[in-house]
Design a protein around this ligand. Sequence first.
Ligand SMILES: [Mg+2]
Length: 392
Amino acid sequence: MPAVQLPQAALPPIRIRSIEAAPLLGESPKGGWSHEIRPDDSIHAIIAVHTDAGITGYGSSFTDGRLVQAGLKVLEPLYAGENALEPERLTEKLHQNTFWMGRGGTLTHTISGIDIALWDILGKATGMPVGRLLGGSYRSRVQPYCSLLMEEPGLMHRVVEEYREKGFRAFKIGWGPFGRALDTKLDEAIVRAAREAAGPDNKLFVDAGASDANWPHGLKWAMRTAEMLNDYDVGWFEEAVKPDAINDFCHLRRVSPVPIAGGEVLTRRQSFLPWLSRGAFDIVQPDVTKVGGISEQRRIAWMAADFGVKYIGHGWNTALGLAADLQMAAAFADADLVEYIGGSPYVDGILAEPFALDSEGYLAIPDKPGLGVAIDREKLARFVANPDAMFA
Ligand SMILES: [Mg+2]
């Protein structure tokens, strides 16, 4: 056997030259929110971290891009000239030094995008996919569940059917009229229509979206609805009670015949501890583009595993959020699903090589260095004002 040539020295530091943020605008998908998102509202932003080695890393943040741009101004003195090859140390430095400026909000969202981009750089510099850098590779492909807004039953049936025909084998329906119309018969008719369209063998999940403004129901509605969902073989019931109602979540988890999911609104790993230690969730869904990035997400996923709670990522907002979730799914044994928003141009319309389902409705986990995806400049230019700033 020929002798293996191992590197004789560690990689020298790669310095951060600048960080740019671009709000995604023009085709922002609806969220089913009571104050609905308009196409020109910014709720997602792409982040590019440029380095003196010519490597650019990419991430995304789930918030208004103007907040991310302001967050970068506040954080710049802390990251300027830093070694981009040390994502955990550097983002912890950003967290530690901004304690008094609103942790958990804009700065945490901004740090999330930076952190994802730093892991992308570390992977590109070392020639390894992020999943392997996180410690291993449990799978080379993962099942995406197609996330769709709730509609009136007839339309719901058609929409689920449309995405089944595109090759999806798992679906989540949420928000829209469910619960909000104060009509339990309508709620059931929507779920029945979705189950019929999905077929008996495909997965179906339900998201009440109780983190919407002024959610009108409490624990008793959630308990009754959980029983109904069980009749349609629903795989989990998500955000079934108001986002701060931890006691209700804990009770619901104990009595519900279907698994209880939540956690997308929480940020920072520390916020998850009471929810996990008190037993609020069967499934925890941190959003990598909000919680602090991959560095926080991996610690939340490990903490969940130790509490016997399943981790499924919620980074659906852009192709980069999904790319981060795919790398996390490689590295965690439990993570056998990723969320995939149906029909979002910010997921399907910005990569050089768009994501594609295989014949069984799975997505390959990119095995190229870093996040393993490349943004297409012309495609991105449709949605951002300053596309050139995002490339080295
Ligand atoms: Mg949700």
